[in-house]
Design a binder for this molecule. Structure first.
Ligand SMILES: [Zn+2]
Length: 308
């Protein structure tokens, strides 16, 4: 609109000047007087127009800066995601808690701010106030996933336990009701079995129907790729952590883990009840954490789990 007025007044001004050139002196003088207000208005509108153009230019400049910033943030997030997806994923899982070693493990992983998953046995929780308090501490901890390791742990009579699939499901469900897990991941006691979207693995064929029943009841079954062994009499963990790390690396490099690029490590809370064992765990975790090829993640991030 301003442009139209500006153009109209400009034409009017030029025509007045032409008229002025043709007329007599007074007439020319009066014409100039008549033209003057238009001339002033013209200058005012012109300056307004320039100011408006400057404002527009400033807005465009700041919009473009904001766009550049957003673009940079988007590119940074893509680069971060790509770097993360290139890393091999390590799932630290600790079975059979709560027991004497659980808080030691929790303290080490909290000190290093790394994620770890604990597979809980309901029967152990119900053993006393101390175990209940340990469970509460776990539930209140960040970077921790709690998963189902059955209520009874088969009372360590596995063949009998797995011979009745419906009672296995009831055992898993009762532990789920007791602990109120926020996921449906189960590790079968005494068995390295897998039942997820992408893996169907049975270690002992006779137990297969029980695994199928647990999966059909809506639970995902997670086994492991490698175990940090311990002496079942003294409960001391195997001290050759260099060898363990080398074996983990070889499994990942050769693509022999259940899911390529993902490794589930099984360890047991109870093997970290002594100061010596805690020191070993601290060294192991520090070596894992400082390895730039690895990313430590929770069991709940494992690919192929069903969305519940
Ligand atoms: Zn167990």
């Amino acid at each position: 609109m301003q442009h139209l007025i500006f153009t109209f007044l400009s034409i009017s001004y030029i025509m007045n000047l032409i008229e002025c050139g043709k007329g007599k002196y007074f007439y020319r003088h009066n014409k100039l007087l008549l033209t003057l207000p238009f001339l002033l208005l013209n200058i005012f509108l012109f300056s307004c127009n320039i100011r408006s153009q400057e404002q527009k230019l400033n807005t465009v400049t700041s919009d473009s800066m904001l766009f550049q910033k957003q673009k940079q943030a988007y590119n940074d997030s893509l680069a971060k995601a790509a770097a993360s997806s290139n890393k091999m994923k390590i799932y630290l899982t600790f079975d059979d808690g709560p027991n004497n070693g659980t808080l030691n493990v929790l303290n080490v992983i909290n000190a290093d701010s790394i994620p770890a998953s604990f597979f809980i046995v309901g029967y152990h929780v119900q053993k006393g106030k101390k175990q209940k308090a340990v469970l509460k501490t776990l539930q209140e901890s960040k970077n921790v996933a709690l998963c189902n390791h059955s209520f009874s742990h088969a009372y360590n009579h596995y063949t009998k336990f797995y011979s009745d699939p419906s009672s296995v499901v009831k055992d898993i469900e009762s532990n789920n009701d007791l602990i109120k897990f926020n996921n449906r991941i189960v590790r079968m006691p005494g068995r390295n079995a897998w039942r997820i979207d992408t893996i169907n693995h049975t270690d002992i064929v006779e137990s297969g129907p029980a695994f199928d029943s647990v999966y059909a009841a809506g639970f995902d079954i997670m086994g492991w790729d490698i175990e940090w062994m311990f002496d079942h009499k003294t409960l001391r963990p195997d001290s050759s952590i260099d060898l363990l790390l080398r074996r983990m690396y070889n499994l990942l490099e050769s693509g022999k883990t259940r899911t390529q690029g993902h490794l589930v490590l099984l360890a047991h809370d109870q093997s970290f009840h002594s100061e010596e064992a805690v020191l070993l765990l601290r060294q192991f975790i520090s070596l894992l954490k400082n390895n730039t090829d690895y990313e430590l993640v929770l069991a709940t991030n494992y690919p192929g789990l069903r969305k519940h």
